[in-house]
Ligand binder design. Structure first.
Ligand code: SF4
Length: 321
């Protein structure tokens, strides 16, 4: 793909490295935020400061008696549910186009998932939900990449988030023309194959129907399908399948030793001992040596700026929301 990446618009919880706006007057370390800063347009938000709670402030929490959780400040007895709902509607309504949200984990306002809910008596209930602002984000921007800083320490989730963020921004910047849509789909075929073969076929049919539906409608539907196809990290089996497709373009020129080396990297990937980086680097080296424009342009091997590639991995869950 092209080396020129658009700058995605990324909304970030302001307490992640940017402002000391937490309830205790501190900020949170999140290494990925300063790393992303040169490559994205950061839009910061602190919903709790936005509703006038001030810094420092007594903490808020989600409280439920089995119904919809309310956002309350136990130390003062204030119920700020209505304030937060109004703030979220107005702020999200005015923020404009957004490619992704990077929000603070487990916050009753910003946490995208796994936020504790308490009973009226202050006992943690046996349920986890999104924070109030994050729930409004998911409803208003269902196609945007949405993650918290904690999950992005996992390699596969970070890779998926960055892929969605940068390819989403690239797609948004495309003109709604048949040529642009066909070309985008062509360069994402292996990525889609690695994530979802049914969506690869469905999106192929969609771009082929541009003369019937019109390019604006195809672009709108494609954005939705593309986001759904990339809603989870690629599994090892489909990823290996997509890499084998790429290698097939070089099968006549590779030596038996080169093929064995490639197979070893695929085995490591399938068995969880290696990442996509190993076989991906081999395919890129063949592309450079033998030349193959179709493979060279595949986003599977280039889905965000190379300076953001980082193999560090905390392990843990890769379950998508
Ligand atoms: S988690 Fe959200 S509401 Fe809480 S301090 Fe951070 S930005 Fe503000």
């Amino acid at each position: 793909m092209s080396a020129a990446w658009p700058r995605p618009r990324l909304v970030v919880s302001a307490c992640l490295e940017l402002e000391a706006c937490r309830y205790n007057g501190q900020s949170i370390r999140a290494r990925i935020v300063p790393r992303l800063e040169p490559y994205v347009e950061l839009v910061r938000v602190c919903p709790e400061v936005g509703i006038g709670l001030g810094v420092p402030r007594p903490p808020v929490r989600l409280v439920s008696a089995g119904d919809l959780p309310r956002l309350v400040q136990p130390a003062t007895g204030r119920d700020v549910t209505g304030d937060m709902a109004s703030f979220a509607a107005s702020w999200l309504g005015g923020v404009g186009e957004v490619d992704g949200f990077l929000l603070k984990s487990r916050s009753p306002s910003c946490g995208p998932r796994d936020v504790k809910v308490y009973s009226e008596g202050g006992i943690p209930r046996n349920e986890k939900v999104p924070g109030m602002f994050a729930a409004a984000v998911a409803e208003r921007f269902p196609l945007a990449a949405l993650e918290d800083e904690g999950r992005l320490t996992n390699y596969r989730l970070r890779h998926l988030f960055l892929t969605r963020l940068f390819l989403g921004a690239r797609f948004r910047s495309l003109p709604a023309t048949a040529g642009a849509l066909v070309s985008f789909h062509a360069s994402n075929k292996l990525l889609l194959l690695a994530h979802s073969e049914p969506w690869l076929r469905e999106l192929g049919r969609l771009v082929a129907s541009v003369s019937r539906l019109g390019p604006e409608e195809v672009k709108r539907r494609y954005a939705e399908g593309f986001a759904r196809a990339l809603s989870r990290p690629a599994g090892p089996g489909p990823l290996v399948n997509a890499l084998q497709h790429a290698a097939g373009h070089f099968s006549r020129v590779l030596t038996p030793a080169e093929k064995r080396l490639f197979t070893d990297t695929l085995t490591a990937l399938r068995e969880g001992r290696g990442s996509m980086e190993g076989p991906g680097a081999l395919v890129r080296s063949w592309t450079a040596r033998y030349g193959n424009q179709w493979v060279a342009e595949q986003s599977l091997f280039d889905s965000y700026p190379s300076a953001l590639h980082d193999l560090s991995d905390s392990g843990g869950s890769t379950q998508a929301a």
